[in-house]
Design a protein around this ligand. Structure first.
Ligand code: CA
Ligand code: CA
Length: 111
């Protein structure tokens, strides 16, 4: 199994280290054994791009290469459903929280 094929899952520090180590060889353009900031930038953009493409493809449900408003709202709905359904939602107060909580955070203040 090639772990790199599984994409960059968040939260596996070991994987990032693996990635960095292979990046050191792969992106060391002048082969001096170190990554300069330029070389690192290439690596970093590639990594960001990977995630970006991943995210884009995730959003682009019908795969036509364009993310429509419908696809975005569908994704939003899906995420809300996941949060509500999975029971894994962190119960910390989110910014958008408008549910009647314990009243600690959200006292509406009229100033
Ligand atoms: Ca170098
Ligand atoms: Ca689309």
């Amino acid at each position: 199994m090639d772990r790199q094929m599984m994409g960059m899952g968040m939260g596996k520090p070991g994987m990032l280290t693996d990635k960095l180590q292979s990046a050191l060889k792969e992106y060391d353009a002048d082969s001096n054994g170190t990554l300069s900031i330029d070389e690192f930038e290439t690596f970093h953009s590639a990594m960001i791009r990977e995630q970006m493409v991943d995210r884009f493809q995730h959003l682009d449900a019908d795969g036509d290469g364009a993310v429509s408003e419908e696809e975005i709202s569908a994704q939003t709905a899906r995420m809300k459903q996941m949060m509500a359904g999975s029971g894994m939602a962190h119960s910390g107060p989110q910014a958008e929280s408008d549910q009647p909580g314990d009243g600690m955070m959200d006292q509406p203040k009229d100033n």
